[in-house]
Design a binder for this molecule. Structure first.
Ligand code: BYC
Ligand code: FE
Ligand code: FE
Length: 481
């Protein structure tokens, strides 16, 4: 089908006929050197010369789009890839419901659309910056390769948003595209836009939790933007989602393998009590209570990414046809939410209560609920791993009021079970709920690089299958001396 295959003859690979669009091609070629500078400064530290066994998209056809080969990351062919245009697509929700999907920016909604694209774009390089130190402590070449695959794809996601800014927004789009290369994760005076993207990713367990929980926010947001009446945004998000699936695979299996190794080591050593942290740690694995604390931290940081439960921004983005609900077209209702309500958790008279709000302003809450369901399924898969080993322990998602910086619960403190605490009690018990600096030090002590083919660090089990069906001893990264 037309537009399925990617043209690699151009400097910027694409499936959108960029060669015929001289203006945009020139604009992107102008942006390219700044991107490479950013990648060299802020991309994976110490491995830019190494050969990495990476997947590159050769077609946007879901069946045959991947090609694997050794690549130096700065030479990765980042490109502009859109899912094929759907003939006769209509705006699927909001005030413009049923109108033909827009191929150009609707003038009245321009500012809001630009804001959504910029926020989406900002998270992509932020995550690369957060993860740039991790190569040095990779638990195996397999994991190192997965990290770098995620990193180059997040780089491509930045390209995807920058393309939209250059093609559809003129001068202010170009300025925003430049700003995306200037902000820095964690910077005091020029931080990334959203909270979780300014946090550190200090170790590999955090990386796996991040790709499970935070990339999954990415999935939910991309799903909502894939519904957009602005067709180019919809198409680019649809392709990004196919890449996102791998990021969440890395997170889920990474945590799963960590759990597996912990439980196996406990069984081998005859340690039955998962709460006997000292004994478990002495085995060179991460105890399950600490894994639960990491989970608590990353889940709560990711919940903040959905914005306030009740939000006029969200209502406006929906009304204007720019950002829909998760699986909007599969929902059976008016797709305008004129009279519907939705239950929202709020603080009422000092207690947590469920209150019906207009569904239109509760869209962030709804998307967050869909996210929570998705997360809960993954946590159950982790619990199955624990169960199979016979260790008596269950992981669970903390209450949504726990450890929040955004929305209804930002001014209160609660335990992971949703029991309210005053500030003093929180300060005393905080280390029970999220990793303490001692927990961090312990995890850091395990983060010893393992770069021999087919070998894995003490704290993590090998994967069930290799990438691209490669054997266990495959050299996924040829590290340059
Ligand atoms: N941190 O009405 P409100 C991904 C601001 S992840 C800081 O509550 P709204 C990825 C907000 O900007 C997906 N500030 O929220 C994952 C607003 O400020 P202004 C990224 C925050 O707008 C891993 C004010 O608070 N994509 O792709 O309804 C690796 C009130 O806003 C935060 C998107 O997020 C926060 N957490 O919803 C790589 C999609 N939350 O404007 C990549 C686009 C809120 O009053 N973004 N604020 O100054 C959106 O749809 C919405 O902007 C949000 C916020 C869902 C983020
Ligand atoms: Fe991304
Ligand atoms: Fe991602």
């Amino acid at each position: 089908m037309l537009g399925m295959d990617v043209d690699y003859s151009t400097k910027i690979p694409n499936n959108i006929g960029l060669t015929e669009d001289r203006r945009v091609l020139k604009a992107l070629e102008g942006w390219h050197p700044g991107y490479i500078d950013w990648w060299m400064d802020m991309g994976p530290e110490g491995f830019q010369e190494s050969l990495v066994y990476l997947r590159t998209a050769v077609s946007v056809d879901p069946k045959g789009w991947a090609k694997f080969d050794y690549v130096k990351m700065p030479e990765y062919r980042w490109g502009i890839l859109l899912a094929p245009q759907v003939e006769g697509r209509k705006v699927p929700f909001g005030e413009h419901l049923g109108e033909p999907a827009w191929q150009e920016v609707p003038g009245e909604h321009r500012a809001m659309l630009r804001r959504l694209i910029v926020i989406q774009g900002d998270t992509e390089p932020a995550s690369v910056e957060q993860q740039r130190h991790l190569g040095a402590t990779a638990p195996s070449l397999y994991d190192m390769r997965n990290l770098f695959q995620v990193n180059v794809e997040e780089g491509r996601h930045l390209w995807a948003m920058v393309y939209l800014l250059h093609k559809y927004f003129g001068r202010d789009g170009r300025e925003e595209a430049d700003e995306l290369l200037r902000r820095r994760s964690g910077s005091q005076d020029h931080p990334r836009m959203l909270g979780a993207f300014n946090e550190a990713t200090p170790d590999w367990l955090s990386f796996f939790m991040f790709t499970f929980f935070t990339d999954r926010d990415g999935k939910m947001q991309l799903e909502s933007l894939a519904q957009s009446g602005f067709d180019p945004l919809s198409r680019t998000c649809r392709f990004m989602l196919t890449e996102e699936a791998h990021h969440m695979f890395v997170g889920e299996t990474g945590v799963g393998r960590t759990i597996q190794r912990t439980c196996e080591a406990m069984k081998e050593a005859g340690v039955n009590d998962p709460f006997d942290v000292e004994k478990v740690r002495a085995l060179g694995v991460i105890d399950l209570p600490t894994i639960q604390k990491k989970l608590n931290l990353h889940y709560s940081l990711s919940l903040d990414l959905f914005g306030s439960e009740v939000s006029t921004n969200a209502a406006n983005a929906f009304n204007s046809g720019l950002k829909g609900r998760f699986q909007e077209t599969k929902i059976e209702d008016d797709h305008q939410l004129k009279t519907a309500t939705y239950p929202v958790l709020k603080m009422v008279d000092g207690k947590i209560a469920r209150v019906d709000e207009p569904a239109l302003t509760a869209l962030n809450m709804r998307l967050r609920d869909d996210y929570t369901d998705d997360c809960a399924k993954g946590v159950e898969r982790w619990n199955k791993i624990i169960e199979k080993t016979g260790v008596q322990f269950r992981l669970k998602l903390p209450h949504t009021a726990f450890h929040r910086q955004i929305g209804e619960f930002k001014n209160i403190e609660a335990t992971p079970d949703g029991e309210l605490l005053d500030a003093d009690a929180w300060a005393k018990r905080r280390n029970e709920f999220i990793p303490s600096s001692a927990d961090g030090d312990f995890i850091a002590s395990l983060m010893k690089p393992v770069w021999e083919t087919g070998k894995f660090a003490s704290w993590i089990a090998p994967p069930k299958v290799g990438i691209d069906n490669k054997p266990g001893d495959f050299e996924y990264v040829k590290i340059a001396a």
